[in-house]
Design a protein around this ligand. Structure first.
Ligand code: 13P
Length: 252
């Protein structure tokens, strides 16, 4: 099964009106011609229109870093799935570990957000991953299994065909401490087997599972050469157009 790699840049709470557009222009210049890999960027909400203006008509996708589990109404500060699609977004991150940690997002809430994203026509990138204490306690697979089972509970195979998963071990995010390719692959393979048991082997074989956590130009190729690693969700290194493009070039 050939899965086209996806390289996603999560800008987190970085850039402003001017620098987001400048970064988007650089990403376009440096990755716009790549055809063997999908590329998408995830700017902060208010900067999405500025980035879309730059990337309009290109193959580079744009997405939100989160979305509300509610459709609309009195939810101050929240951003809905249809707001994102009405701007022209195609993707959304769901359940990033920083949302889980600082905003106490549960697996059940993640499931509701995945439903909203799919109903609106967005591709959800569902983030899972264990904390260091969980890894040290030998609980990595149990933790990831619960995140996948609950976060994707009850989706049809057709819905699941539009979902992307990102495995991001929390201890590797922003720490410079990357999982070894073997550590990444063993969890990716576990997730794919779990998806096969939940949705069937065809869906599992077609689902893209990205790795995230201190991905850099220097380690991207080896990580993405693993059998079940289908791209990267890049944080810090996506803030440099040059670094992000170098990662994308290593994925094709
Ligand atoms: P870093 O690449 O900065 O470790 O961040 C990873 C991440 O959280 C992407 O969503």
């Amino acid at each position: 099964m050939d899965r086209k790699p996806l390289i996603a840049g999560n800008w987190k709470m970085n850039t402003d009106a001017a620098s987001s557009a400048a970064l988007a222009r650089e990403v376009l210049q440096r990755t716009g011609r790549l055809r063997s890999v999908d590329v998408a960027v995830f700017p902060p909400f208010p900067l999405i229109p500025a980035v879309l203006r730059v990337l309009d008509g290109s193959a580079i996708g744009v997405g939100g870093q989160d979305l509300s589990a509610e459709a609309e109404g009195a939810f101050t500060g929240e951003v809905s799935a249809t707001m994102l699609t009405s701007l022209g977004c195609g993707y959304v991150l769901v359940g990033h570990s920083e949302r889980r940690e600082y905003h106490l997002e549960s697996d059940e809430l993640v499931r509701r957000k995945v439903g909203r994203a799919l109903d609106a026509g967005l591709v959800p990138i569902v983030c899972v991953g264990e904390k260091l204490a969980e890894r040290d306690a030998g609980e990595t697979f149990a933790r990831v299994e619960r995140q996948v089972r609950v976060g994707l509970d009850g989706l049809t195979a057709a819905q699941m065909a539009r979902v992307v998963i990102a495995y991001e071990p929390v201890w590797a995010i922003g720490t410079g401490r990357t999982a070894t390719p073997a550590q990444a692959e063993e969890v990716h393979e576990f997730i794919r087997n779990l998806l096969a048991s939940m949705f069937g082997s065809d869906v599992a074989a077609a689902t893209r599972i990205l790795y995230g956590g201190s991905v850099k130009p220097g380690n991207a190729r080896e990580l993405m050469s693993q059998k079940d690693v289908d791209g990267a969700l890049v944080g810090g290194a996506s803030l440099s157009g040059e670094g992000f493009a170098a990662i994308a070039e290593n994925a094709g």
